[in-house]
Design a protein around this ligand. Structure first.
Ligand SMILES: NC(=O)c1ccc[n+]([C@@H]2O[C@H](COP(=O)([O-])OP(=O)(O)OC[C@H]3O[C@@H](n4cnc5c(N)ncnc54)[C@H](O)[C@@H]3O)[C@@H](O)[C@H]2O)c1
Length: 453
């Protein structure tokens, strides 16, 4: 490089060139269900990637070439390591990075309000290592305004060089770039390749947007730019609220259909044949996962600042939260039909993951249902091929071991909560005394032992 061309390089053009040449060093902070697959995608495209996590077990597993996520085999981690992927808990390594992508949790606290402590903790840990030309992207789902009102002030106040985030109209070049880009993963979905999911990106200014679009354009086939970080934050919430509200709608219609002697699944399937204007949503035992039961409440909390009540979100939450109670009642009623009490009944819960074929327990309705059954005196066991044990989480403390799927006749009731593909439902119905099915997993099987709820 000549002296004159080096002098003409700005932090923006330098980073853009490094991204375009796949030489930008990518840091992914938070190596969970979102961060680890993202880190691997960048590695596959030839970027040198360093993953950061505060969980020492995760870091050492990756360092040793292992995996802790069921659908990511250890061989993938080993291949990534051969292509310059590493993992660490040492934030000082951030100085050597070019782009920093934050994928830490955004749960609700005990009062159902946003818990941003992981984002603020991460921002405080990044700030001392920030340098001019860094691109920082937040991916964690959160309310509109978080990037500008929470993340950027911490980064600006905590960095050692008094750097400012690059904003439209700013006169100085020596800042850092910030964007928000929501994660859109659908765990367990085998039909859409990750790189075919369009990536929404909202930068704080045009330069940040261009850099973030270039960074994500290297691993996703389509980038969708929006006008600001807040617009990108709101886009993700709209997507999840749309699901939450529609699932609540179909759950409510299920309760009515049951009362009217109609089969809601048959009705949804029939309606889904309409080639326009209808998208099917399916009823279930309650919402699960890190996103749908949690994210809408980030917006209802923020809305209060604007004297606004998000009534659809609250109503949907009310209906969805009541579904595990409906399951409890259905089990009690089904046992009652057999002249048995729930108190003392042996119940086998099939599936603790929050949805089929995945190894994720977070916010799973199964956990609530197990606790509700136990409170009524039932002797509860569970089976789930993805979980040999269920210990303690933020909201539960079960300390249970996966029961084998044999001798099903010993249970007064087998309760299907998660419809894993692995299960042989015909055999389950044949061997069980009573099957309560919350997912229509036994569709096509005729038996007086089945109660669909
Ligand atoms: N899982 C999904 O399917 C999904 C989909 C879309 C969006 N999201 C959003 O993505 C974000 C991350 O979700 P996830 O499912 O990957 O969570 P996760 O719990 O699986 O992973 C988060 C990781 O961050 C680590 N972490 C926490 N604080 C840290 C810190 N200060 N520094 C470094 N690491 C830290 C944790 O140890 C953990 O490994 C959340 O905001 C979530 O709402 C998740």
């Amino acid at each position: 490089m000549t002296t004159s061309s080096a002098a003409s390089l700005t932090p923006f053009s330098e980073l853009k060139a490094r991204i375009d040449q796949r030489q930008a060093r990518v840091a992914v902070i938070g190596l969970g269900y979102v961060g680890l697959p993202l880190a691997l995608l960048y590695t596959e495209q030839g970027f040198p990637v360093t993953g950061f996590d505060v969980d020492a077990h995760k870091v050492s597993t990756l360092v040793q070439g292992g995996s802790y996520i069921f659908r990511i085999p250890a061989t993938e981690i080993q291949a990534a390591k051969a292509r310059r992927f590493s993992a660490t808990a040492d934030y000082s390594q951030l100085r050597e990075m070019d782009a920093i992508i934050i994928c830490v949790p955004t749960p609700l606290d005990a009062y159902h309000e946003p818990d941003l402590s992981y984002i603020t903790g991460t921002a405080k840990a990044i700030a001392p290592h920030l340098r001019a030309g860094h691109l920082v992207v937040l991916e964690s789902t959160t309310y509109p305004g978080t990037t500008e009102e929470v993340l950027i002030p911490i980064l600006e106040q905590g960095n050692l060089h008094r750097l400012k985030a690059s904003r439209s109209g700013a006169t100085t070049e020596a800042g850092f770039f910030v964007a928000f880009s929501p994660e859109r993963e659908d765990p367990g979905n085998q039909t859409v390749a990750r790189r075919d999911i369009p990536k929404v990106v909202g930068g704080l200014d045009e330069k940040a947007s261009q850099l973030a679009a270039a960074l994500y354009g290297s691993i996703f086939n389509r980038v969708v730019p929006v006008s600001s970080p807040a617009a990108a934050e709101m886009t993700k919430l709209l997507e999840n609220i749309y699901r939450c509200v529609n699932i609540a709608l179909v759950n409510e219609l299920k309760l009515l259909s049951l009362r009217m002697g109609l089969d809601i699944w048959e009705i949804v399937e029939a309606a889904a044949t309409k080639p326009f204007g209808f998208q099917p949503f399916y009823p279930g035992p309650g919402l699960g996962g890190h996103c749908i039961p949690v994210d809408p409440f980030y917006l209802s909390w923020k809305a209060k600042e604007w004297d606004f009540r998000t009534r659809f979100i609250e109503l949907a939450g009310e209906i969805n939260i009541s579904m595990p109670y409906h399951v409890l009642e259905s089990v009690a009623k089904a046992l009652n039909q057999q002249k048995k009490a729930l108190n003392g009944a042996k119940v086998l819960v099939l599936g603790v993951a929050y949805k089929k074929d995945i190894d994720d327990l977070r916010e799973s309705p199964s956990l609530v249902i197990i606790e509700l059954l136990q409170k009524e005196g039932a002797q509860v066991s569970y089976n789930d091929p993805y979980f040999p044990t269920v210990g303690r989480g933020r909201k539960y403390d079960l300390q249970m071991k996966c029961a084998p799927l044999d001798n099903l006749g010993q249970y007064d009731c087998v309760l299907i909560v998660t419809d894993h593909s692995h299960y042989d439902y015909a055999r389950i119905v044949r061997e069980a005394q009573l099957v309560v099915d919350t997912r229509n997993a036994t569709r096509g099987i005729q038996s007086p032992k089945i109660v669909r709820c």
